[in-house]
Design a protein around this ligand. Structure first.
Ligand code: 5GP
Ligand code: SF4
Ligand code: MG
Length: 456
């Protein structure tokens, strides 16, 4: 998912809309905005892409509110119906509450069951609703302390935005799994999942929100605090590899440059291959392919073209839908590929749908050899922190060896990146630590719900 929030700007809802649009790649199943005018909260939301999710009438109704939070939804968990679209808006006698988040709790079932036993009734299957209940139930005397005590009870990967009439509270989980950035526009503070949102609205990036940090923004300014003593940075490797937009920055380095460095590293293992051209799978792998091409001194060509009117295939539910979409999305430039020995670079292989199709399409276009390079290590394990790489059964590398995958996708050779090489690349860009659990099986945050006896 993608989140955005801004405090005290006369064009708050419009800026939120633009910011969310720039983060559409982070979620395509729904979008919403909740605004405050210091007296009450008001919101609008809908399913699908942002431009479909919110009508002009809805946007007009949000005009003039100076404070806003917004969300684009990627349903890693919970179904994609409207009731699950964020931000949620809660009415309570202590004041309204708007909440949205990016990530996934690992003790949601646990906390939810306890809340239900205590009388709570849920309207959705979303983790964001859990936090609202915990905040409302807290016996602390200030809003900030109530949020803190709620955050202490949830575990997992999250960046939460909590809007009240008079304040916006922002929290990052103490492992810092999902990105969250602080920025400024016209003297107003804003937060976003990615810096591309700041560029879209003309805001300045200030800094990354830190693991375990709690930030309060209101008319008096900004207040930095912590709700956890743990500061254990485990930024999701997949954000660098695939998820984030190429022009988004991490600590001042573009994702493009990080991906290119991954490609340069991968190239060290591809040196023995004699090839005529390097092709990146558009869009997320073009940077890595560029790195490979530079190191190997082989020209990078646009041998695969992406139809820009097709969204992210991976996010589609159902294997048949994904296969159909890959076919609709990628086509070959026969004139470029014919008679060539090709190195094709993709950022990752999950189910193998994309690479299988690509290898065949390149051969059909007349490629003499197709060597597949993957700018990340074999993805073996499911993610419990908000990326829907689903079950072991669907993940090709958890079922097959590298040579079996190579055979299955029909490539001449298949080369992956080493885990340590990947970490080295991130370190060289100032990263303090990354989650790589889907590659290694070492989960930095214990999956508490899995320890429970299975619930009905
Ligand atoms: P596959 O087709 O093997 O199932 O998925 C691999 C393709 O999906 C790659 O082209 C990659 O760009 C994209 N992809 C890889 N990992 C993820 C992920 O975690 N989330 C999403 N949305 N897409 C991914
Ligand atoms: Fe990211 Fe993989 Fe960790 Fe999930 S398990 S947070 S996808 S690195
Ligand atoms: Mg791709």
């Amino acid at each position: 998912c993608g989140v955005f929030g801004i405090w005290g700007h006369e064009r708050a809802s419009e800026l939120t809309y633009i910011a969310l649009h720039s983060m559409q790649h982070r979620g395509q199943e729904g979008a919403g905005i909740v605004c405050s005018n210091n007296d009450y909260l008001f919101g609008a939301r809908g399913t699908g892409l942002l431009t479909n999710a919110l009508s002009n009438e809805q946007l007009l109704s949000l005009k003039g509110f100076p404070h806003a939070i917004g969300h684009v939804r990627y349903a890693a968990k919970g179904s994609s119906e409207l009731s699950n679209v964020q931000p949620f808006l809660f009415k309570s006698s202590r004041g309204d509450l708007g909440i949205c988040h990016n990530g996934n709790l690992v003790n949601a079932l646990n906390v939810r069951a306890a809340l239900e036993d205590d009388g709570a009734i849920f309207q959705t299957t979303s983790d964001a609703e859990i936090l609202a209940h915990l905040i409302r139930r807290s016996k602390q005397s200030t809003h900030k302390e109530r949020v803190k005590s709620a955050l202490k009870q949830v575990k997992g990967a999250f960046s939460y935005l909590v809007m009240q009439e008079h304040a916006l509270t922002v929290a990052m989980d103490d492992h810092g799994v999902r990105p969250l950035m602080l920025g400024e526009l016209d003297g107003c503070y804003c937060v976003a999942s990615e810096t591309c949102a700041f560029d879209a609205i003309g805001a300045n990036y200030i800094r990354d929100v830190e693991p375990g940090e709690l930030i309060t923004i209101n008319d008096d300014g900004i207040e930095f605090d912590r709700y956890s003593d743990i500061d254990n940075p485990n930024m999701c490797s997949m954000e660098y590899i695939y998820f984030a937009r190429a022009d988004s920055n991490f600590r001042g380095h573009s994702t493009y440059r990080i991906r290119k460095a991954l490609g340069r590293k991968l190239a060290e293992s591809l040196g023995h291959i004699e090839a005529d051209i390097v092709i990146g799978v558009p869009d997320s792998s073009l940077a890595a392919a560029n790195g490979v091409a530079e190191v190997l001194h082989i020209p990078q060509e646009q041998g695969l073209i992406k139809n820009r009117y097709v969204g992210r295939t991976f996010i589609d539910k159902g294997q048949e839908a994904r296969e159909r979409k890959v076919r609709m999305k990628l086509s070959t430039v026969k004139d470029i590929v014919e008679g060539k020995r090709v190195i094709v670079i993709d950022d990752s292989i999950v189910r193998g749908t994309t690479s299988k199709y690509i290898v065949k399409a390149l051969r059909d276009a007349g490629a003499l050899e197709v060597h597949m390079g993957v700018a990340s290590p074999p993805l073996i394990h499911p993610c419990f922190y908000g990326v829907d790489v689903s079950t072991h059964a669907e993940i090709i590398a958890s079922q097959k060896s590298i040579s079996e995958i190579c055979e299955e996708i029909g490539a001449d050779t298949l080369t992956y990146m080493e885990v340590e090489d990947m970490h080295d690349v991130y370190r060289s860009f100032g990263s303090r630590g990354e989650c790589a659990a889907c590659f290694t099986g070492n989960y930095p945050i214990e999956i508490i719900d899995n320890l429970l006896p299975q619930q009905k």
